[in-house]
Ligand binder design. Structure first.
Ligand SMILES: [Zn+2]
Length: 135
């Protein structure tokens, strides 16, 4: 993760997640690292023909092992907070069932993919997010 380009950072004033495409270049981005809170510089954020992928880099502090991971986590949570529905995939359940005559048999039920509304999202810690959906 240390070598992954950081494309998300925190707004220095509000703490909101900012993508590299939505900020001014250089220190005018007014962002800090999500992982270590160091000042960030936006590279190629408004360059229409960049030689390198637009990204954030630390202005003066060294990048830490956790910086890119924290940025990705915060961006993922931001995205989850913005969506209102999620599609659950097809679900197959297998098991034993008993017929009216008492004979056991193998059964399989397939639930079709369904669109469900997200009612609440809660971040438990850096590894887990709980999503409550209404089916
Ligand atoms: Zn950092």
């Amino acid at each position: 993760m240390k070598d992954a380009p950081i494309v998300w950072a925190d707004d220095a004033q509000t703490g909101a997640a900012r993508h590299i495409s939505e900020v001014e270049p250089g220190l005018a981005c007014h962002c800090v690292c999500t992982g270590c809170h160091a000042a960030m510089e936006a590279v190629n954020s408004k360059n229409p023909n960049p030689k390198h992928r637009p990204h954030f880099r630390h202005d003066k502090a060294p990048i830490l092992e956790d910086c890119a991971r924290q940025a990705i986590l915060k961006a993922t949570i931001k995205t989850l907070m913005e969506v209102t529905e999620i599609e659950l995939p097809e679900l197959r359940k297998q098991g034993k069932a008993v017929a009216q005559d008492g004979m056991e048999f193998e059964a399989e039920v397939t639930e079709q993919p369904q669109l469900v509304k997200i009612q609440n999202i809660e971040q438990v810690d850096v590894a887990d997010v709980i999503s409550c959906v209404k089916v």
